[in-house]
Structures are given as structure tokens and as C-alpha cells.
Design a protein around this ligand. Structure first.
Ligand code: ZN
Length: 227
């Protein structure tokens, strides 16, 4: 029998001009048509303005550490067709701390090569004023996760860290995690759909562009059930 095409679950936020959340100081996303076949051009082409952290994207250790691994040097085996554990954290409210107690029930399935996906449901707030008021990871979780072998944490919010206008460090988990050479994926979308997939056969891909010496890269994040 011919192999059946996989049903792919898109985990990416849409990139629409003027509707992509950008951190302060980062450029706004813009796709600008510079030639179009409808106007008699040879081919249709857009130029893009974006940051390395626009939309759904990967953070490399170099994002926070001058000597950290750059995006083109990341182990693609960790980011492509990787088994995943999805932690259902949808009961967490705005700016609630996600502690090891919340993640420990999933620890038996965490191993080297497994991506931990945080499902907070916060991706539904994309484009809204309170998008940054998402739950966040207790930085103390980093060492416990590293001990399981996990090297990729992927989240359906703009950051695994607390984001606040008040004084304070908004990079505590980033530093604890990227500082150990591990990888973060941010701004996932529709992660709740992964909860319906057979746990043993779930695979995800967050493959970055091959941008030499980059601190991050946008990705088309996807999940599927391996046949
Ligand atoms: Zn980022």
C-alpha cells in the first residue's frame, strides 16, 4: 500500500503585516511586494523586514551569551522530527509561575532528544494587549529539566520568562537554559491540538533557517503523529 500523507498540525503564528507582536526595539514584520506577475513582472517577489525573533522562532544560546552556540550550529536532530512531551498548563493564570511541581508528572517521558512543549493556551492572546501577561517558568526548573536530558523547551507564549514593565530581570530562565547550551522555541500556536496525538508517536519540528552566526531564526513549527 502506498504510504499515506501525514496530517500535519501547524504550530506557527501567522505573519501578517502590522499584526505581529514585536519586542521593544525589534523591527515590525513587513512583507512588501516588489514585483508581481499581475503587473507584467517576470515573477512575484516580496522583500521582508523582520527580526531573528519575529513570530514563531528559535533562540540559540548566542542570544544571551557572546560565546554561545549560534543558530547555524544547533543540533538539528533536537529540532527536527523530535519526540515531544506536551505539558498541559492551561490552568495557569496570567503571570502565574510554572514550577517543577507542574512539570514533574511529565518527567518520566523526558529524555535526551525529547522536546518539552509548554501548552498554556496563551497563543490565543496573540495580537491582544495582554499577550505579554503569560505564565512563566520558574528559573529553578532549568537544572531539573537539564538533568532529564531535555535540551529544547518550546512554549506557546512570547517568552518562557516573566515579562513585566516593572523593574526586574526578564531573562532569568533564558540565562539558566541558554547558558547550558540548550534551546528555546517561542510564540508557538495551537499547541493544544498536540494533546490529542498519541504520546508515543508525537513528533515536532522547529527547524531554523541556516542563518550563519545568528542568535535566532523564525521557523514554521509543525507537529504530527508518526506512522
Ligand atoms: Zn526569542
Amino acid at each position: 500500500m502506498a504510504p499515506q500523507p501525514k496530517a500535519i498540525i501547524d504550530l506557527s503564528q501567522p505573519l501578517v503585516n502590522g499584526k505581529v507582536y514585536a519586542c521593544e526595539g525589534h523591527p515590525a514584520f513587513n512583507a512588501c511586494c516588489i514585483s508581481h506577475v499581475a503587473d507584467g513582472a517576470f515573477a512575484t517577489v516580496h522583500s521582508l523586514s523582520l527580526a531573528t525573533h519575529t513570530g514563531t522562532h528559535v533562540d540559540a544560546p548566542y542570544h544571551f551569551f557572546a560565546d554561545g552556540a549560534r543558530i547555524d550550529k544547533l543540533d538539528l536532530g533536537l529540532l527536527t522530527a523530535a519526540p515531544a512531551v506536551v505539558a498541559d498548563l492551561r490552568a495557569k493564570g496570567p503571570r502565574a509561575k510554572i514550577t517543577w511541581d507542574d512539570l514533574a508528572p511529565y518527567a518520566p517521558r523526558m529524555h535526551r532528544g525529547v522536546a518539552l512543549v509548554l501548552c498554556t493556551g496563551w497563543s490565543a492572546r496573540w495580537g491582544l494587549k495582554d499577550y505579554t501577561a503569560h505564565p512563566y517558568l520558574d528559573p529553578a526548573v532549568a537544572d531539573k529539566l537539564l538533568a532529564t536530558g531535555v535540551r529544547v523547551v518550546a512554549c506557546d507564549m512570547m517568552s518562557p520568562d516573566l515579562v513585566t514593565d516593572e523593574e526586574g530581570d526578564c531573562g532569568l530562565f533564558h540565562r539558566a537554559w541558554l547558558g547550558k547550551g540548550a534551546i528555546i522555541v517561542e510564540n508557538l500556536n495551537g499547541v493544544d491540538k498536540l494533546l490529542a496525538v498519541d504520546k508515543e508517536r508525537l513528533r515536532v519540528s522547529f527547524t531554523p533557517l541556516n542563518i550563519v552566526d545568528s542568535d535566532g531564526s523564525p521557523v514554521r513549527a509543525v507537529g504530527w503523529e508518526e506512522g
